[in-house]
Design a protein around this ligand. Sequence first.
Ligand code: NAP
Length: 259
Amino acid sequence: MLTSIKGKSVIVTGGSKGIGRGIAEVFARQGARVMIAARGEQAAKIAADQLNAQGCDVHHTTCDVSDWDSVQKMVESTAVAFGGVDVLCANAGAFPQTKMVEMDPAEWDQVMGTNLRSAFLTVKACIPHFEKAGKGRVILTSSITGPITGFPGWAHYGASKAGQLGFMRTACMELARYNTTINAVMPGNIYTEGLQDLGQEYLDTMAASIPLKRLGAVADIGNAALFFASDEAAYITGQQIVVDGGQTIPESLEAIESI
Ligand code: NAP
């Protein structure tokens, strides 16, 4: 049983859909006050309304996590609404699949902006609030793709997700003076709207390559994030946890086919 997170102010970027929606639900059901931030107003509102209908305390705001002004406004409006910021779940991300020969350099920059620059911007904007509170928590949604594995079409994505971990290791030292920890969850293949866009064949092939023989649920990532945000995780910083149903473990095709 983890110490209560009730009443804590939690930002979840990309909280309108998929993993972010799952993180928002896990935290909100535990009594946290959650700010869902995404570019699309409608989906963010629907997600907040659905959770509030279940008795949760969820707000929503529009934000482009790759834009400094937008991030500052989002963090400030959260601090005003909830009286501070306790936890940042930097989750928003994009994963267009394009092989390098076809990739426009602008797409590389866009993926880096959404997935990596955003980690820096959102953490930077939250620092004054962590300093004021004398504590804080950051949880990054990285990936197995990049830090551990590779996949054709995801050179930019893999680089951005590995980059998040590089960012985290220095950020963990700079944030320590504010009694703030930063850790990363590395999802395998989690069943989300974004993953569905990759097609049924992708989903089936992936499920077959996972020892637990199924894709992950968004709550699996939310629960790992909740642990990092708990008092019990206070001495863990600069670390990452893989949540992938064992996907990165098999040494060969034979190993996965034999189970
Ligand atoms: P998703 O279903 O496509 O949802 C992405 C969320 O991010 C949406 O809320 C989207 O809302 C928001 N978003 C995208 N670009 C944004 C921007 N520039 N500013 C603010 N919000 C933005 O994706 P997902 O599958 O849940 O993935 C979420 C995170 O998990 C990503 O970082 C992804 O890399 C990571 N991940 C996912 C998997 C997986 O299997 N699903 C595996 C490993 C890692 P708007 O479009 O309205 O802005």
